[in-house]
Design a protein around this ligand. Structure first.
Ligand code: DO4
Ligand code: MG
Length: 280
């Protein structure tokens, strides 16, 4: 089943049927054990609706007050791209090492305040010369460390700042509107299939500048392994979201421009669409 958020209203699509309900506390609503079973039994009491809410093409990020974290260098392509961009600074060796290390790279990405939903703008930094989107399957994890659902994530990144010095990673990754999640949370009640594909296209003035796709089976690490490291010494009283890393890297001569349209499509979830802008 797929769960969308518009304002405080929840819309659920399951087997071609649509229902909705106002949810006053999204943080608690999402952070429950066996969310799939709970929703399945609850939605029989929800108001019947139709698919017209999908026409609005603007959705809130499907979250409450969960923190958003991200895993890095989980696909070989991410490793080689970062090694190239940090050659001159001498930082490449760290990406090579972390790809093979037992401990994964995990970093804090955003609070809900810095995250946007589908149909909203994402920002590129004004002090960065090389900017890319990173399309990533993103896990919804409850406080107990159990994966409850999946959404599409965009880990917006400055490659010029990250490449200058790996210690600048937080500035390359964290700024206003640096993250997008949506359009919905897919809650299948079982693990998402390994054949699930992530696709990205970037359009400029109606022209496709970059398009590529990958199956999530190409990832180096298990989702459970990433979650267990994240939850080792951190409590998440509200649950969390974890972006699982990117494999789709535009050519090195590509950088995002204002008004570019980024479309990230993941099987079972749908398309997360955002327009590029800069902070005013
Ligand atoms: O190590 C830098 C960031 C890596 C990342 O965001 C990714 O691989 O997706
Ligand atoms: Mg990333």
């Amino acid at each position: 089943m797929n769960l969308y958020k518009i304002g405080t209203r929840a819309f659920v699509e399951t087997d071609g049927r649509y229902v909705c309900k106002d949810i006053s506390d999204w943080t608690t609503f999402l952070n429950r054990d066996d969310l799939y079973a709970k929703l399945k039994s609850e939605i029989s009491d929800w108001e019947e609706t139709d698919s017209s809410f999908l026409d609005s093409q603007r959705f809130d990020p499907p979250m409450g007050d969960q923190e958003i974290w991200a895993a890095g260098v989980t696909y070989e392509r991410s490793k080689t791209a970062r090694m190239d961009e940090s050659k001159e600074s001498g930082g490449s060796v760290f990406y090579d090492m972390v790809y093979d290390a037992e401990r994964p790279e995990l970093f804090f990405k955003a609070t809900s305040q810095r995250c946007v939903g589908s149909g909203d703008e994402v920002y590129i930094r004004k002090d960065s010369t090389w900017n890319v989107p990173e399309p990533e399957l993103t896990l919804l994890i409850n406080s107990e460390g159990v994966i409850q659902g999946y959404t599409a994530g965009n880990d917006m990144s400055s490659r010029s700042i990250e490449g200058e010095n790996p210690l600048y990673l937080p500035q390359a990754k964290v700024y206003e509107k640096c993250a997008a999640l949506g359009p919905c949370i897919h809650i299948p009640g079982k693990p998402i299939p390994k054949s699930t594909e992530i696709q990205i296209s970037i359009e400029r003035n109606g022209e496709t500048m970059y398009h590529d796709k990958v199956a999530i089976s190409k990832i180096k690490r298990d989702f459970a392994e990433l979650v267990s490291y994240l939850y080792r010494e951190c409590d998440f009283p509200n649950g969390s979201f974890l972006m699982t890393g990117t494999c789709l890297v535009p050519p090195d001569d590509f950088t995002l421009e204002v008004d570019d349209k980024i479309k990230i499509t993941i099987d079972h979830i749908g398309s997360l669409v955002n327009q590029v802008a800069k902070k005013g």
